[in-house]
Design a protein around this ligand. Structure first.
Ligand code: MF3
Ligand code: CO
Length: 249
């Protein structure tokens, strides 16, 4: 289906949802420290959602059992919060999508626990920079593949791998809308021209080592096959006549 165009008014409603996501991620970042479990992060997230009058988009999505996704070290994405205790030197990605007033917003950050090794710190920096480069490529008149190419070239030049199969997506009245927003160049996917009013989540997932992933027996958690750490940063952005407008700022 062609990507849905959102009016200015609709984008302002999405910005309200986006601001809640951003405030919540800032709070959750503060809570990350050695000794906390990912289940505790999820509990804090559930409380904050209630406080903001928002609903998790993830909870119940195809049976997903938690309010947010927490992916530690070699976990790439869709990690289910649980008993895992965060240790000094770990990294944890916190991925939060919520619905406020009928509009969804989706954002993720990867947070260091204490001080990870310099190569892991570089992984975080490269992945976050890749997101902002992808956002810079998200301009009216460019195509979807310009985003993927930009992210892929930047990540591979840094010596890391872009995760295949999982990627960004349209966002709006549903958490996941068309189009798919790949972080790499692949033929056979619709390569739409970006137009003002499209709203998309851009979410590079980067593995320090090889690109291959597999899903654990819990049927959700995606891990790197080689066991090396992975990072994930995401924003929901609106295409405009000028620079992309980051709604989850
Ligand atoms: N930001 C994640 C995504 O776009 C949210 C996943 S929710 C889950 O895939 F339920 F699928 F885990
Ligand atoms: Co997303």
């Amino acid at each position: 289906m062609a990507p849905i165009i959102k009016s200015k008014e609709e984008r302002e409603k999405m910005r309200v949802a986006g601001r809640i996501v951003s405030e919540m991620l800032a709070e959750l970042r503060q809570a990350v420290q050695p000794g906390i479990t990912t289940a505790e992060l999820d509990r804090l997230g559930a409380e904050a959602l209630k406080r903001h009058g928002a609903k998790s988009s993830a909870l119940g999505y195809h049976g997903y059992p938690a309010s947010l996704c927490t992916s530690v070290n070699e976990e790439v994405v869709h990690g289910i919060p649980g008993k895992r205790v965060l240790q000094e030197g770990d990294i944890v990605s916190i991925d939060l999508a919520l619905n406020y007033n009928g509009w969804h917003a989706d954002s993720a950050i990867t947070v260091p626990v204490g001080t990870p090794s310099p190569d892991v710190q570089r992984l975080l920096k490269v992945t976050e920079d890749a997101l902002y480069r992808g956002i810079a490529a998200a301009r009216a008149g460019n195509r979807l593949q310009d985003i993927g190419r930009t992210v892929q070239q930047f990540v591979e030049a840094a010596g890391f791998s872009v995760v295949r199969h999982y990627g960004g997506h349209g966002v709006g009245r549903s958490m996941h809308e068309d189009p798919q927003v790949l972080n790499y160049v692949e033929t056979g996917y619709p390569n739409y021209t970006l137009k003002p009013g499209m709203v998309i989540a851009i979410e590079p997932m980067v593995i320090m080592g090889k690109k291959e992933t597999r899903v654990l027996a819990d049927e959700w958690t995606v891990v790197s096959v080689d066991g090396t750490p992975a990072a994930h940063f995401e924003h929901t952005v609106a295409i405009t006549e000028g620079d992309a407008d980051i709604l989850t700022r």
